[in-house]
Design a binder for this molecule. Sequence first.
Ligand SMILES: [Zn+2]
Length: 237
Amino acid sequence: MVVDESLTKIVEKTVKRAKWKGLSVVEVGDPVLRKKCQKYEGQIAHETFKKLLHAMRSCMLSKPGVGLAAPQVGLPLSFAIMEDHVAGAKRKGEGAQIELREGGRMEKARKDDREFAELPFLVALNPSYKPITSKKAYFYEGCLSLPGFQAVVGRYLDIEARWEDEGGEEHMKKLHGWPARIFQHEADHLCGILYIDKCITRSFSSNDNCEKFLFPYSISRAKKELGFSPQMKSDEA
Ligand SMILES: [Zn+2]
């Protein structure tokens, strides 16, 4: 694919502006988030693309987030970045046990239901996935394009993830648990799909209420208090 000079100029300007005030993330309702993205074939000049990826990573880490897809910065092109570290999760206190008051008795809940695993910084061009088994994990997730909210989404627990790197080389990796969830969320973005299309709508909660009622630390508690179950099938797109 030949470099698109006018697109490169636009991205170059965006990246320059981002140096001062950071990249802005497109919010839900913008049609760019609902487009099927164009295959990425080097439409942005290499140096500019590298600067864009750097700006996207700074933006993602500052929010903080664990993934950012091109349409979230206004580009209907099929690429995304992802990154999450187990060490970071541990620092935030994940993996510890917390106590929840459940009908007068204390219930122990583990904070590591997400099946955290290391996901080193990944630039995925034209990513796709397919489930290895039909088993799904139900957990809260959010999106930088819908700030302030989270909902439970059923995601395949094990997937075969495919993508190309910046050099055009193809990769395939089996992902499990939290990294598999991140990959599915970002690859969905590139097909115009948001997590709210797949979530159990009754689980939809503000971040504040998620913290207040500790829903992400006990899905069973969230199910009981908000009245939902995975059998509701509202998670199926
Ligand atoms: Zn998202």
